[in-house]
Design a protein around this ligand. Sequence first.
Ligand SMILES: NC(=O)C1=CN([C@@H]2O[C@H](COP(=O)(O)OP(=O)(O)OC[C@H]3O[C@@H](n4cnc5c(N)ncnc54)[C@H](O)[C@@H]3O)[C@@H](O)[C@H]2O)[C@@H](O)CC1
Ligand SMILES: [K+]
Length: 488
Amino acid sequence: MRTAYTADQIRAAEHELMARLPEGTLMQRAASGLAAACAAMLGKVYGSRVTLLVGSGDNGGDALYAGALLARRGARVEAVLAGGRTHEAGLEAFLLAGGRTAGDGAAGAEAVERADLIVDGLVGIGASGPLREPYWGLARAANAAAAPTVAVDVPSGVDASSGRVEGAAVEAALTVTMGARKTGLLVDPGAALAGEVELVDIGLGPYLPDPDVVGLTGADVAALLPRPAAESDKYRRGVVGVVAGSDQYTGAAVLAVGGALLAGAGMVRYAGPGEPVAQVRAHWPEAVVTELERPSLDGVGRVQAWVVGPGLGTGDWAREMLAQVLASDVPVLVDADGLTLVARERDLLGREAPVLVTPHAGELSRLTGAGREEIEADRLRHARDAAADLGVTVLLKGSTTVVAEPDRPVRVNGTGTAWLATGGTGDVLSGVAGALLAQGLGCYDAGSCAAYLHGLAGRIASSGAPLHAAGVAAAVPAAIRELTSRSS
Ligand SMILES: NC(=O)C1=CN([C@@H]2O[C@H](COP(=O)(O)OP(=O)(O)OC[C@H]3O[C@@H](n4cnc5c(N)ncnc54)[C@H](O)[C@@H]3O)[C@@H](O)[C@H]2O)[C@@H](O)CC1
Ligand SMILES: [K+]
């Protein structure tokens, strides 16, 4: 499990640890980890050119101490001193080791341009608000330079506690983060700017509280995934009911049923009108299909979880089907058109059994009234607020998919690929999550494992090229195989 923390949580833990150690110990630990990561990236340290961007706080101090270590190994290290003041002891050590300084003007810009490696020590967890000048200009110069940038703790300009970026931010190839991961390194847009993330252990572990967010690893997902036992039969392995698709949108039904079948459901029951029924029958002879003359679940049979909404439409038929599904006593996943209906009629969500909603930012915007762009910029907060407000589990889809449930750390997923942003992939995700719900996982685990599997299936289906939703569904077994073989 990858854990991450807000700036306040880290600061409190550092405070406790620092009180037990001689002054400067933590920064020395941080700097030696940082210098080692820079050396590994350079390959050959001797004779290389390293340019440090040094802000006025301890983040700059880390950079200066690491610069001193690199200078002692023969690197030509220049420090661009950007703040009104500079970490005194760090600067002294740096100069003593043979480092040189440049101002933040033309000399600094040249030092950035000619570097083999840039170290971003402008701001870390002490940052507030968008980068101010001259930091802003230096961040942009670093991004424009040919050399890769190693960010100290967080890429400057990324809010450590949310991943939010206002204005300019450093685009790092590697972020060397001190003591514990920061939330903003796991959530886009911050995650995308952080590059690889390397954690330097400074001994903070025993002082950390419960994490703010967590990211499941492949081994975590493999351990959570239900596996059929010798005595399993199709009913005990979980029956998923799918209410999706309409005479107009038949594909959503095919994709959601496919996602559920290929994610290991024991059986999938599909109920809908004539057109999607014909399509589901043609694609998935294994599904048990009921053609409906009127919007009613009578005679459809028992299921352990429902998936409702993709391609369903938003008219009277759809509304009635949604209401009947939600009136059942099993877990329900609501997606797509189902969310539009719920946005109109929130009372539909008032039920005892668990609900997992799977909106993208636009659908969440309809549900909560917050602006779509505002949601994209601060995915964590909006997913959390919606979960608390609606009393359900929220899986917010997007470049970083996040799963929020009241009183639990938000789970973030980083397995996706930008190629997944194409029609129909969300229908597959709802089927996959439905299969996990039917097999007995709670909404929190089902949502986060489904996001992981779906992202991995997307990578397998894509291999760096465009993919299509049916291909993602087809790759789900390969994703499960990859996870379970790695962990066995
Ligand atoms: N406290 C410790 O013992 C340790 C701290 N560490 C490092 O120290 C960092 C935190 O240091 P600080 O608390 O000094 O804070 P930072 O160095 O992150 O930044 C604070 C400084 O930046 C300025 N600043 C804030 N927002 C700005 C903005 N938007 N534009 C321009 N300037 C801005 C402030 O005026 C202040 O001088 C961590 O991120 C980490 O790199 C590590 O060395 C581990 C140990
Ligand atoms: K930084």
